[in-house]
Design a protein around this ligand. Structure first.
Ligand code: NAD
Length: 284
């Protein structure tokens, strides 16, 4: 399938559908990422804390796909006891980045994200961002961004940053549509990337309203939800380790949701998160 792409605020292009590998053990990441690349995904979302950068890198290398056709994202972990201030903090970021790149067996990363803002530590993420800007200036990463940043975190970062984040990767699905953050992103030219785009696949995909839309189009509930993300201009990174579902989740370009469908999906919003609230999340 032809996957649409989004042009980020620095001109770099990212496929609007990517493959997420959270909770995939390192050894299983090899066949999972291989299946995703065979199905046609060209964007992979991993993180230091997922402990599967090695398997992800191996599958990418073995695929033989040209480097410039691939888009690899990883994320700097919290490491909560670590002091990220000053020179020492900067060196820690640079070392974590080098270690991620070694595991991924890449020379240049496509996208590096601060995994969580940890606002209980004040301005820490600003120091991290300076190191991200350095990596970007050195050409070691093509784009830098954030994850789980709330409105106040983003406002502070935008005030201080020399390089704007290209995107914010946040929990987003029909239960939790994130209208306020998305409006702020739009105002500043920051793309929105949805994590847990399928609401982790449980209750959401069994919603009668979604199943009705799916039946109308001869599609599955997962395909309807991913189509909704695409039509909203959002980048989505669904996860599955089942090859048939991996393919199904990519096959979402041959139909269009109409206003009635979009209204039915909007009716599912509960404004309840499935994952942690970034305001208090300091796990490490
Ligand atoms: P998801 O919404 O992608 O749901 C994945 C689950 O849905 C699968 O495990 C499977 O059980 C089910 N599923 C997938 N495809 C299906 C299909 N076609 N039909 C029926 N069921 C299906 O949830 P996720 O894994 O939490 O999120 C996706 C990715 O987002 C992660 O892998 C990770 O890369 C990223 N993520 C990032 C953060 C962050 O803090 N930045 C947090 C969570 C997840």
């Amino acid at each position: 399938p032809q996957i649409p792409a989004i042009t980020l605020n620095n001109g770099v292009r990212i496929p609007q559908l990517g493959f997420g590998v959270w909770q995939v053990p390192d050894a299983e990441a090899v066949p999972a990422v291989r299946a995703a690349l065979e199905a046609g995904y060209r964007s992979i979302d991993t993180a230091e804390i997922y402990e599967n950068e090695t398997g992800t890198g191996q599958a990418v290398l073995e695929s033989g796909i040209a480097r410039d056709e691939l888009f690899v994202t990883t994320k700097l972990w919290n490491s909560g006891t670590v002091d990220w201030s000053g020179e020492q903090g900067r060196d820690r970021v640079l070392r974590a980045f080098d270690a991620s790149l070694d595991r991924l067996r890449l020379d240049v990363l496509d996208l590096y994200l601060i995994h969580w803002p940890r606002p209980m530590h004040g301005n820490t993420f600003l120091n991290i961002w300076r190191a991200f800007e350095q990596l970007h200036a050195e050409g070691r990463v093509r784009a830098i961004g954030v994850s789980n940043f709330r409105v106040p975190d983003l406002q502070l970062l935008l005030k201080e940053a020399e390089v704007k984040p290209v995107l914010n990767q946040i929990e987003l699905h029909p239960y939790f549509p994130q209208a306020e953050l998305r409006a702020l992103h739009a105002e500043h030219g920051i793309a929105t990337e949805a994590w847990s785009p399928l609401g982790q696949g449980k209750d959401l995909l069994a919603e009668p309203a979604l199943l009705a839309v799916a039946a109308k189009h001869g599609r599955t509930a997962a395909q309807v939800v991913l189509r909704w993300h695409l039509q909203s201009g959002v980048i989505a990174i669904p996860k599955s380790v089942t090859p048939a579902r991996i393919r199904e989740n990519l096959d979402v370009t041959g139909f269009e949701l109409d206003a009635e469908d979009l209204a039915a999906i909007a009716g599912l919003a509960t404004e309840q998160r499935i994952g942690p609230d970034p305001a208090g999340f300091d796990w490490n």
